[in-house]
Design a protein around this ligand. Structure first.
Ligand code: SF4
Length: 287
């Protein structure tokens, strides 16, 4: 199974991806995570360091694929998850799509591409041009990481549009949204009302998730020292279980940009009166 995880930059996409990868490995799957962000730090939380990228390695070997060995580009991460960083084109030149294509080509040459139960592409989602949409050519499911904010949902809608477009020619489905680091989900719900799609999970604002990124550890690794974090791991295990159940998913009908802009801005400008329930929730949060 191939997964493509997209989301606006800075939304916690890589942290989410790493934890989902470990959750899938905990369920007995052989997992490869491929970072497709020019920042090449997708797998940092799994390996604890910035591994060399495919493009760097290919450049070093003068693009002689036959001189590249699996151990040059595939690194073992926490929980048995294998890690690859595609890297990015040189700043100001080249194409992100080309980099993804070269990565898949090399992994196929190394007979590694079909060796895994799950391959997870972690992709930059701010620009969903043809280049950065390239992982969707290989994916069975797309997952979108968002928060409860305007910009992330706007980006999510662009990603949904790319899924709709690719699904014309590929057996691709949108598995759903993952809400990350959000104490509320009202805007996510508003969006999903307008553009129906599953919400796989909504993770609350948990400081340890942010800390895990800085520490270069997944929540699963941190939970080994601090079992009180096991409940956070359960969110990721729940996502993994839903994916492994092969959900039907959707081909989304994204909202036109202007319509979405009005929908989301209207939500901010004309908030509804708080209900008795939300007041109760607020009291609970203050306690
Ligand atoms: S397709 Fe996208 S990644 Fe490729 S050159 Fe154009 S903007 Fe850059």
């Amino acid at each position: 199974m191939k997964l493509a995880v997209y989301g606006k930059g800075g939304i916690g996409k890589s942290t989410t991806s790493c934890n989902i990868s470990v959750a899938l490995a905990r369920r007995g799957k052989k997992v490869l995570q491929i970072g497709c962000d020019p920042k090449h730090d997708s797998t940092f939380t799994l390996t604890g360091f910035l591994i060399p990228t495919i493009i760097d390695t290919l450049q070093e070997k003068d693009y002689h694929y036959e001189d590249v060995w699996p151990e040059d580009v595939i690194y073992k991460g926490y929980g048995g998850v294998d890690c690859v960083e595609a890297g990015g084109p040189p700043a100001g030149a080249g194409c992100g799509g080309y980099v993804v294509g070269e990565t898949v080509k090399l992994l196929k040459e190394l007979n590694a591409f079909d060796e895994y139960d799950v391959i997870l592409f972690d992709v930059l989602g701010d620009v969903v041009c043809g280049g950065f949409a390239a992982p969707l050519n290989y994916a069975d499911y797309c997952l979108i990481v968002t928060d409860n904010g305007f910009d992330a949902l706007f980006a999510a809608n662009r990603i949904a549009a790319s899924v709709r477009e690719k699904a014309r020619t590929h057996p691709l489905r949108l598995a759903g949204l993952i809400g990350n680091r959000t104490s509320k989900r009202d805007l996510i719900d508003k969006y999903v009302e307008a553009v129906p799609m599953p919400v796989l999970e909504v993770l609350p604002l948990i400081e340890d998730i942010r800390v895990s990124r800085v520490k270069g550890k997944t929540l699963f690794e941190m939970a080994e020292q601090d079992p009180s974090l096991n409940y956070v791991c359960d969110y990721y295990l729940n996502i993994a279980d839903q994916i492994l159940a092969l959900p039907e998913g959707v081909v989304p009908k994204d909202a036109p940009d202007r319509e979405l802009f009005s929908l989301l801005s209207d939500f901010y400008l004309n908030p509804t009166q708080p209900t008795a329930n939300s007041e109760a929730e607020l009291d609970l949060m203050m306690v």
